[in-house]
Design a protein. Structure first.
Lengths: 82, 432
């Protein structure tokens, strides 16, 4: 991939186009579930624009990051709570 | 606080209205900045336009941003007011204090979501939501997509997803043909809108666009597998990978409300110069009522000129803006929600996705306030931004007052904001 960023989603290495958001990277890693809700339901992104908080993940240890508003960086490690 | 920045004009929101406002204010050689929570300028409709321009209009405005060397504070979430001329904001790593002489709110809109069985399944997304992901690196090629809900956004999203290679199954629009025809005819009076409409029609040739049709359920085990649609007496299921579903747009008025600007019928009240009921605070674009790109650009320019004191330049745009406002009123009539949609959620369907509160639990209460206290509905991270507009439609519950922080923030940000607040209170020299 030309001008790609390499990163990890739950320990699995993925290469995504530079400029992609973390949400896109999680989807590109083949995951549609990002987290579990308070009652244990599977959830993925809804609004895509930082409003709904359904796509929140941990990025390099920082919890509750809205993955739709963060750009991927080389070497980033994303952890899904699911 | 870690950093304090001072501006003559601060614009909150970097979509078309914010860009236009900032450019017009900056022409008067003022210190202007745009604070926006996204990584790049453009808001939702111009998402991705910083890299390559798909329209001449976007190219024009991005060039102006560049020529004026506008300061853009990206990834900045404004969460509280410190005093009448200072806001507190958080970035990924820090907290900052943004002070201003004049403020322009261009906080845009979000999609309205309505709950129906299965709407919380992964891969059921907003229409604009899926489009935003497709513009942010997600590859929708060959994915089977159903686009549903209401509003002109559905067509724009469908055309865009098709262009990205998605396998579009159909577009389900809840409005009736009878509702849409007068609106479609009114486009003749607005050549630019007519051109957009014809271009969308050309791009979507061969894709079925069903009016008076809406989703009644989404099914799937771990993620979406199919959606059930209803049209008249007919109910049928369509297998798909994604359901892109949104019921038109809702103005983002939280920041305006926090700053004590009057909000009426879900819109920020403004005068002819786009000034809110708080002197020196202006508002432009979707927060004053959903009107689309052109109206947002006009309101943004007027607000920018007004904030810079260039009233003649602002007044020259009034006629155009007022014409576009009439178009906006037509938009609202054409895509009004049909009452049948109130029957979409079953008693067990979750309405509040943050706290997993079902409709039946909410129905036990008389108001949102009571429901909040006893079910935590609307008290999760989205702070009612998703369930609020849904409950306004379903149960006619009015939104509650807005309190800081208007977004969940890190504890250290709250502490820093509180510290600054008390320093400011006890040291009159720091007050503006």
């Amino acid at each position: 991939m030309r001008d790609a960023v390499q990163m990890k989603v739950n320990g699995v290495t993925v290469r995504v186009p530079r400029g992609s958001t973390v949400a896109a990277a999680v989807l590109l890693a083949g995951r549609s579930t990002f987290r579990r809700s308070v009652s244990g339901e599977l959830r993925g992104p809804l609004c895509g624009m930082g409003i709904c908080f359904e796509c929140r993940v941990a990025v390099d240890g920082q919890l509750h990051v809205r993955s739709c508003q963060m750009l991927c960086r080389e070497g980033m490690e994303v952890t899904l709570s699911e | 606080m870690s950093e304090r920045r001072e501006f003559d004009v601060l614009v909150v929101g970097g979509g078309p209205a914010g860009i236009a406002a900032a450019c017009c204010a900056a022409e008067a050689a003022l210190r202007v900045a745009i604070a926006d929570d996204n990584p790049a300028l453009g808001g939702q409709i111009w998402r991705g336009e910083h890299a390559s321009h798909s329209s001449n209009e976007a190219a024009y405005w991005y060039q102006r941003v560049k020529d004026l060397r506008l300061e853009h504070l990206s990834g900045v979430h404004v969460f509280a007011q410190l005093d009448s001329h200072t806001l507190a904001a958080e970035t990924d790593t820090s907290v900052c204090e943004l002070s201003f002489r004049s403020l322009i709110l261009a906080t845009g809109a979000r999609e309205r979501f309505l709950p129906f069985p299965g709407w919380t399944l992964p891969n059921v997304m907003g229409a604009g939501g899926l489009q935003a992901l497709a513009k942010s690196g997600w590859n929708v090629r060959a994915r089977k997509v159903v686009v549903a809900g209401t509003g002109p956004l559905l067509l724009a999203v469908a055309a865009h997803l098709k262009q990205y290679g998605a396998d579009l199954r159909l577009i389900a629009e809840q409005a009736s043909w009878q509702q849409l025809v007068p609106f479609a005819l009114s486009l003749w009076r607005l050549p630019s809108k007519l051109k957009d409409a014809l271009s969308l029609r050309r791009q979507l040739l061969g894709i079925s666009y069903l009016t008076s049709c809406w989703p009644v359920a989404a099914e799937g085990k771990h993620k979406l597998e199919s959606v059930t649609l209803r049209r008249g007496a007919r109910t049928w299921s369509v297998p798909c990978d994604y359901l892109a579903c949104g019921f038109h747009l809702v103005p983002n008025t939280e920041l305006a409300a926090l700053l004590s600007c009057a909000v009426e019928n879900g819109r920020v009240r403004v005068d002819d110069l786009q000034q809110t009921t708080v002197p020196g605070t202006y508002c432009a674009g979707e927060p004053t009522g959903i009107g689309g790109l052109e109206l947002s650009l006009l309101e943004g320019q007027i607000a920018g000129y007004a904030a810079a004191g260039r009233l003649d330049s602002a007044r020259r745009l009034f006629a155009n803006r007022n014409r576009m406002r009439r178009f906006a009123a037509g938009l609202e009539r054409a895509f009004a929600l049909r009452p049948e949609l109130k029957e979409l959620p079953r008693p067990e369907t979750l309405v509040c996705r943050c706290e997993d509160v079902s409709l039946s639990r909410l129905r036990e209460h008389a108001s949102w306030r009571a429901a909040k206290l006893l079910t935590r509905c609307g008290m999760g991270p989205c702070q009612g931004r998703v369930c609020g507009p849904a409950l306004e439609f379903l149960l006619e519950w009015k939104p509650e007052s807005v309190r800081p922080p208007i977004f969940p923030v890190r504890v250290e940000s709250l502490v820093a904001a509180a510290r600054t607040d008390s320093e400011t209170l006890h040291n009159p020299a720091l007050r503006s």
